[in-house]
Design a protein around this ligand. Sequence first.
Ligand SMILES: Cc1cc2nc3c(=O)[nH]c(=O)nc-3n(C[C@H](O)[C@H](O)[C@H](O)COP(=O)(O)OP(=O)(O)OC[C@H]3O[C@@H](n4cnc5c(N)ncnc54)[C@H](O)[C@@H]3O)c2cc1C
Length: 445
Amino acid sequence: MAALLRSRHAFRPPEMTVDHLVVGAGVVGLAIAERLTKAFVDRTTFVVERRGAFGEETSSRNSEVIHSGIYYPANSLKTSLCIRGRDLLYKRCSAAGIAHRKTGKLILANSSGQVQYLEGLKQKASKIEQLGVGRVPLEWLSGDEVREREPDVSKGVVGALLSPETGIVSSHELMEDLEKSILDSELGELVYGTKVVRIDRVEGKSGGKRGDGTEDGWVVQTLTDDGKGGEGERSAVLAKTLINAAGLNAHHIANQILPASDRIQLHFAKGSYFSYRGPGISSVRHLLYPCPDPSSLAGLGTHLTMNLDNEIRFGPDVEWLKPPVDEKGEDLMDFWEQHLAVNEERRLLAIEEVRKFLPNVVEDGFQPDYVGIRPKISAKGAPAVDFSIAHPLPGFINLTGIESPGLTSSLAIAEMVEAMIRQHVGLGRGRGKVISEAGSLDAWA
Ligand SMILES: Cc1cc2nc3c(=O)[nH]c(=O)nc-3n(C[C@H](O)[C@H](O)[C@H](O)COP(=O)(O)OP(=O)(O)OC[C@H]3O[C@@H](n4cnc5c(N)ncnc54)[C@H](O)[C@@H]3O)c2cc1C
């Protein structure tokens, strides 16, 4: 795919230089760009987004849950960035008037095995606190205490953990706020309808330091939509620091410049949501999660979430996708766009799952809603893997596998990228230090 892109798009010398170029205006790219405009007020920060507006891919196809940070290993980036991101997000939502609500969440146990799982989660929360990573308050409730709060919950539920720090947020309003902040900044710019199609490394003249006018960096070729389905306008820009936040497409961006031995293959797991209207949920106030199925390392189980208008939805389930591949075995770019319809066959499975904790829901109440696709570093059946936020080459920060809890973590990821730029990236010589790489984590609990 990388070679194909290069052969299709000839090299053109850059017409301008920017300090930071972020590929992708999902919530993570926007959060990073906003942070950089504030942290480096004298440097230019551009975001290049292929769609006509922000957040048209995974950032608008998720559960919009502000996670507490409990599911991942204590020493993982997912835990530390989720907890820090959660706190930053609540603060920002309150300060900027972004719609959100701390609903709290109940993780429900149906068996003694699941009670054990929840005890493990509680111990992990203590460990996370002892290690100084952050606070994840959790409260144990008996089955009866659960039903006092949530009378619709099944009598088969024998206990639950209440996570009071869990909530919901309007991801659209969050992204709108980030966009506004970038556009209001002195040297920040957002370019929509423009696709990054080719990247080449250029070495600066010897003797110079980064930021003093030498031309070290990445020549990024872009193609801008002409709005009529035609070829559009080609441009080239020199980016001193390139930040890849291209989500489901991040491996195609990275593989253009990584050495062959470091190339990345993402895997894709589809999650379908069903909206629900009907009996069996009339008094629900908390988000309701089953215990994750230990045989599935891909998701947290079909759970109940609500939006800020109190509309209930169930999902996402987990359905691994098998991408068509090219002659080199790489997945065809954007194949997942063919999978954005809810698979009707999954409806009965979802109902079966939901009835384990809400027995009175009725089949007719479930309607296909929307689909989100998880960009996963590990393949089906392999152990779950941490976020990968690395700078494998000078002046190149690469974010891959930013699946859940990426929305919650976005503002903390932005802080981390700022720190990476301050500490390492600006040196621009030699191979960049890898801050965090994908590695095996223990299971969910
Ligand atoms: C089913 C599901 C449920 C989830 N639920 C939650 C949740 O409840 N809470 C939570 O915290 N997280 C959740 N997440 C995770 C969260 O949604 C993601 O981590 C987050 O949205 C990732 O944002 P992003 O900016 O990295 O990627 P994206 O939103 O995918 O943005 C990437 C952007 O890059 C652009 N792009 C790609 N290629 C190019 C190119 N060549 N040139 C220019 N632009 C390009 C794309 O158009 C896109 O806009 C969920 C994810 C899924 C799939």
